[in-house]
Design a protein around this ligand. Structure first.
Ligand code: GDP
Ligand code: IMO
Ligand code: MG
Length: 420
C-alpha cells in the first residue's frame, strides 16, 4: 500500500523544512501542507535565488508536481495571491499545480487586528506571535464561527463575512484595538475573488484517489513540534497541532496510511518569539550561531534566539511524531567551534531529569561536550569528505535517539545536501 510520508520540524520551527522538502520533491507526486498558515516562512534556494514561501507548499518550483493546501491550513488570501504572483514573476505558474481544500480556513483582516490587540493586552507576557492572525482564525474555527474557502461561492458569503466582522469589531472595541478600514476590506475581498478562481476542491478525496492509484504524497509540516498547541511550552506556542497527528486531521489521511516520518532538526537550536528555551545562549557563542547561521526570521525578520542542541526536547519530539528518519540541517554553522555542547538532561531543583517537565522554564541544561571539526563543510560533495568529529557528533545523536540520520544539510542551496 502506498503511504503518505511526512516531513516536520522537531524543534521551535525554522529547521530548514522548505529546503529539504524542495530537495525531496522529485521523489513524490504530491506535496501537501496540513496545518499552520502565513506564520510559516519556508526558504529554498537554487540557481542563486532564495525563495520564501508562507502558504504554498515547497514543491511548487517543480512544475510536474501537485501542491495541496489541506483543510488544516489557515489562508490569508492576500498573502496567497502575492505568493502566486511572485512565483509567476519567476516563470512558475502555481495556478496549474496548486489545489486548495474547500475546508481550509480564511484569515480575515480582523483576525490580524485581533492578533495585535491580544498581544498588546498581554504586555510583558506576549507570545511573540507573527501577527498574521493565526490564533484568532483557529479560535473562530473551533468556536464554529469561521469562514472557509468553500464558503466563498455560497450565496450568503457576504452576509456571513459581515456577521463575523461585527463580532470581531465588538472584541476589537473592547480591547481598544485598531478597527478595519474600508481599504483593508476591499483588498481582502479582491483577493478572495482571486482565490475563488483557483482550483478549490475536496482534497481528502483527491489525496485518497492519488494514494489508491499508487501515487505518492509528502506532507510538509510548518512550525515545529515544540510549538505544538498541546505539547509545546504552552501558552508560548502556535495554535495548531504541528506534530504528525496533524496530518490525519489536516489532510484527512488515516494514521495507517502514514509511512516514513522525517524529523528535521538544526545541528543547534533556535527559537523566535517568547517562551522557555533551556539551552539558549546569551554569550558570544549565541551571537556566533546567529551570525553564522543568519538567524533572522524568514517571516518577520526578527533575530532568532540561539542555543545548543537539546536532546531532551529532540527525543520528546521524536517520540510524539514517531520519527523514522532524522535530517540534520545547518551543520556548516558549527564549523568554527572548537567544542560543541549538547544537552542530554535537565536539572530541575537539583534533580536530574531526562523528560520534558510541565514547567520548562525550571529546566537547566546538563551538557555533554564534543569536539568541533573546525573545517568548512559547505563545499563538500559527499559523506566521504566528512571530518571525524562530525561523524562523532552524528553518532552521538543517533545513539541517544535511536533513530538514523539520513540527510545532513551543509548550506542553504539545494545541492548542499548530503545523503547518508
Ligand atoms: P523552515 O521554516 O523550516 O523552512 O526554515 P526557514 O527557511 O525559516 O529557515 C532556515 C534558514 O536556514 C533559511 O534561511 C535557509 O535558507 C537556511 N538553511 C537551510 N538549510 C541550511 C543549511 O544546511 N545550512 C545553512 N547555512 N543554512 C541553511
Ligand atoms: P516555520 O514554518 C518559527 C512562533 C512565533 C511565536 C509563536 C506563535 O517557518 O518553521 P503565531 O504567529 O503562530 O501565533 O506565533 O510561534 N512561530 C514560528 N517560529 N517558525 C515558524 O514557522 C513559526 N510560526 C510561528 O514566533 O513565538
Ligand atoms: Mg521558517
Amino acid at each position: 500500500m502506498i503511504k503518505t510520508d511526512v516531513l516536520l520540524g522537531l524543534q521551535w520551527g525554522d529547521e530548514g523544512k522548505g529546503k529539504i522538502v524542495d530537495v525531496l520533491t522529485p521523489n513524490y507526486h504530491n506535496i501537501a501542507r496540513f496545518q499552520g498558515g502565513p506564520n510559516a516562512g519556508h526558504s529554498l534556494e537554487f540557481n542563486e535565488i532564495k525563495h520564501v514561501l508562507h502558504i504554498i507548499p515547497s514543491g511548487i518550483f517543480h512544475p510536474d508536481k501537485m501542491n495541496i493546501i489541506g483543510n488544516g491550513v489557515v489562508i490569508d488570501p492576500i498573502i496567497l495571491r502575492k505568493e502566486i504572483k511572485d512565483a509567476e514573476k519567476l516563470g512558475v505558474n502555481p495556478t496549474k499545480n496548486l489545489i486548495i481544500s474547500d475546508k481550509a480556513s480564511l484569515i480575515l483582516p480582523t483576525h490580524r487586528l485581533l492578533d495585535a490587540a491580544y498581544e498588546n493586552r498581554k504586555g510583558e507576557s506576549k507570545i511573540g506571535s507573527t501577527l498574521k492572525g493565526i490564533g484568532p482564525c483557529y479560535t473562530d474555527k473551533t468556536a464554529r464561527l469561521g469562514l472557509r474557502v468553500g464558503d466563498i461561492l455560497l450565496p450568503d458569503f457576504h452576509n456571513r463575512y459581515k456577521q463575523l466582522v461585527e463580532h470581531h469589531t465588538i472584541l476589537l472595541e473592547s480591547f481598544k484595538g485598531e478597527l478595519p478600514t474600508e481599504a483593508m476590506e476591499n483588498e481582502w475581498m479582491d483577493a478572495v475573488n482571486y482565490l475563488s478562481k483557483l482550483k478549490v476542491l475536496n482534497t481528502e478525496y483527491y489525496i485518497h484517489s492519488e494514494l489508491s492509484a499508487g501515487r505518492t504524497v509528502l506532507a510538509e509540516g510548518a512550525q515545529g513540534s515544540m510549538l505544538d498547541i498541546d505539547y509545546g511550552s504552552y501558552p508560548f506556542v502556535t495554535s495548531s497541532n504541528t506534530v504528525s497527528a496533524g496530518v490525519s486531521t489536516g489532510l484527512g489521511i488515516s494514521p495507517h496510511k502514514v509511512g516514513e516520518v522525517y524529523g528535521i532538526f538544526k545541528a543547534y537550536c533556535t527559537r523566535v518569539g517568547s517562551g522557555s528555551f533551556p539551552t539558549e545562549l546569551f554569550d558570544d557563542d549565541g551571537q556566533k550561531l546567529r551570525d553564522q547561521g543568519h538567524e533572522y526570521g524568514s517571516t518577520t525578520g526578527r533575530p532568532r534566539r540561539c542555543g545548543w542542541l537539546d536532546l531532551v526536547a529532540l527525543k520528546y519530539s521524536i517520540m510524539l511524531n514517531g520519527v523514522t528518519k532524522l535530517i540534520m540541517t545547518k551543520a556548516d554553522v558549527l564549523d568554527g567551534f572548537d567544542t560543541i555542547k549538547i544537552a542530554t538532561a535537565y536539572q530541575v531543583k537539583n534533580i536530574e531529569i531526562t523528560e520534558i517537565p510541565y514547567k520548562l522554564e525550571d529546566a537547566e541544561p546538563v551538557y555533554t561536550e564534543l569536539q568541533g571539526w573546525n573545517c568548512p563543510l559547505d563545499t563538500m560533495k559527499s559523506k566521504d569528505e566528512f571530518p571525524k568529529a562530525l561523524w562523532e557528533y552524528i553518532a552521538f545523536i543517533e545513539k541517544e535517539t535511536g533513530v538514523p540520520v539520513s540527510i545532513v544539510s551543509i548550506g542553504p542551496n539545494r545541492n548542499q545536501t548530503i545523503h547518508i
